[in-house]
Design a protein around this ligand. Sequence first.
Ligand code: SF4
Ligand code: FES
Length: 256
Amino acid sequence: MDRSRELASETGRRIAVQVARYRPDRESEPTFQEYEIPLRKDWAVLDGLNHIKDELDGTLSYRWSCRMGICGSCGMTVNGEPKLACATFLTEYAPGPVRVEPLRNFPVVRDLVVDIGDFMQKLSVVQPWIIREDEEPPDGEYLQTPEELADYKQFSMCINCMLCYSACPIYGLNEHFLGPAAIALAQRYNLDSRDEGAADRMEALSSQTGVWDCTYVGECSVACPKGVDPAGAIQRYKLTAATETIKSFLMPRGRR
Ligand code: SF4
Ligand code: FES
């Protein structure tokens, strides 16, 4: 008995998976290829893809690494919604078929693999690291209270999975928009009591293509598998940017 039938016999059920295929060396545009695989209770979509790759079609390309919702590399569109393939169970889509496509709003490199170079460039613009004015570190640690940690902790949970960019209609229309995760990660550092770099990040964040392009659709926060709430981070920074602008107008001319 082949491995596929052996596994199927554990539940007796199978599910059709329609996978987007795009091999630029062979095809001018994406097509769908259907595979029938065992429907097991403990299989995520990623397990199904691994079964296809190992047992049915070794030419399929996709990214994954940790298999536990940490590395952020298995983002895909599953039945029209951005999902982590390792955290989305096949049984949710029974009796099928399940349609698996690359994340929307990114160029497709091959099959389910997308190019996230645009995000990487935007990430560097917001300087997502601790910036300090003092050149020498102190003796010992920078201490932080639990309340100070709580202020930014939610935004530090981001795993760069790009589900929020895929869900964002503004990013889909305007590639210049800084986007949800880059802004949430900027806020992760702006709100850290050890950081002194908020002024350095302000130009990128408070420009039109920063927070102001966001129309608060909120789909980024719905899609986020880690509860980061990038939409909340963006709205909170809008308040900061507006307050800073008002303060600068109230300042005597010579000190602006
Ligand atoms: S904010 Fe959420 S959805 Fe966006 S990249 Fe980070 S973890 Fe993924
Ligand atoms: S494989 Fe790492 S998040 Fe899914």
